[in-house]
Design a protein around this ligand. Structure first.
Ligand SMILES: Nc1ncnc2c1ncn2[C@@H]1O[C@H](COP(=O)(O)OP(=O)(O)OP(=O)(O)O)[C@@H](O)[C@H]1O
Length: 338
């Protein structure tokens, strides 16, 4: 992939919240790039900063959030736009049209009082991509595209009249209505049962190939990562701790946190053996000394508690934030990607 194919480049994104208990550093100096047609998974346990990252890029956080850094989106006309520097009005014209998002919980994102067809047509009309007269026909086409049967009937229905899996498909139809260059999919299948989950993942993949967009796929689930991602960015405590192409990350994970996440995936070859990373993600208040993962890491040494590790580079563009990344032992690998 060449740098000309980069459609989203995030540099030094930091997001913090002022709270009565102190300043929460939810995302800290995060940098990554997303290429045309690529799926980059952002992965980590609950509280690692994945959703704050996506809401920061969409500029959908409340005013108590302070966001710094740059996020360059290559516009359709070839011009680059820094999402974090756009005015509110400029961002309105980008959101939905060039940058789409599927949220975790479709019921809270769909308007219960509006018909599904109208909700799909709304953003196409708003962005001037079709007339009011054309919108209902386009909405029906999109419902068909996302695999909803009887689309004419569904277009006239309200969110509560359809199943959770269908609501998620409607959300995808809304996100794709304007054919955005970048789609942020934040845990799009978490609330669904496994069969529907597999259908939705296949659907996103197929539509991505057809529309050619880059997908930022936010998830805590390594098994889903193996199915959908070309590259992976692992987050811990608001920081990027490891990034690599999916195959390299699954074959030779170097960060102890990545290794723990992979070991937590149930393995049919080892029934009854389930691993969990000890401890839990802690909210980060203010500046942190040392490695954020040190208090949960079985390999931690004194240096891990006193010096913050930087990102080191390894072959295949693998980057790892660990003082001991050079000494990683891959013998206990348990999961094969794709
Ligand atoms: N509005 C807010 N005010 C204060 N702290 C917040 C706010 N929103 C998020 N945080 C904190 O930021 C950190 C990252 O949260 P975030 O929701 O991004 O995690 P996540 O990895 O997406 O988890 P999940 O998968 O549960 O959504 C957490 O410590 C969270 O408590």
């Amino acid at each position: 992939m060449s740098s000309a194919d980069v459609i989203l480049e995030v540099r030094g994104l930091s997001t913090s919240f002022a709270t009565p208990a102190g300043v929460v550093k939810a995302v800290n100096d995060l940098s990554f790039s997303l290429h045309r047609g690529e799926t980059l998974a952002i992965v980590g346990e609950s509280g690692c900063g994945k959703s704050v990252t996506s809401f920061s890029l969409m500029r959908l956080l409340a005013s108590q959030a302070s966001i710094t850094g740059e996020a360059w989106l290559s516009g359709r006309d070839g011009k680059k736009l820094d999402l974090l520097a756009l005015s509110g009005t400029e961002m309105e014209s980008v959101r939905g049209k060039q940058l789409g998002m599927i949220f975790q919980e479709p019921m809270t994102s769909l308007n219960p009082l509006h018909r599904l067809g109208d909700q799909i047509g709304e953003s196409m009309i708003k962005h001037g991509l079709c007339s009011v007269a054309e919108a209902s026909g386009r909405a029906i086409d999109l419902l068909k595209l996302v695999g909803i049967s009887a689309p004419e009937l569904r277009a006239r229905q309200y969110p509560h009249q359809i199943s959770g899996g269908m609501r998620q498909r409607v959300m995808i139809a809304i996100a794709l209505a304007c054919k955005p260059q970048v789609l942020i999919a934040d845990e799009p299948t978490t609330a669904l049962d496994v069969t529907i989950q597999a259908q939705i993942l296949r659907l996103i993949r197929r539509l991505q190939r057809e529309v050619g967009m880059g997908v930022l796929f936010i998830t805590h689930d390594m098994a889903v990562v193996a199915q959908v991602a070309d590259r992976v960015a692992v987050m811990y405590g608001g920081q990027l701790v490891e990034t690599a192409d999916t195959r390299s990350l699954f074959k030779s994970p170097r960060h102890p946190y990545t290794r723990g996440l992979l070991a937590s995936v149930p393995n049919p070859k080892l029934p009854g053996r389930l691993y969990g990373i000890p401890g839990q993600v802690e909210t980060v208040y203010g500046d942190h000394i040392g490695c954020r993962f040190a208090n949960r890491c079985s390999m931690a040494q004194d240096i891990c508690r006193s010096e913050r590790p930087g990102l080191s580079q390894f072959p295949q563009a693998q980057f790892v934030r660990c003082h001991f990344a050079d000494f990683a032992d891959f013998a206990d690998q348990m999961v094969d990607p794709k």
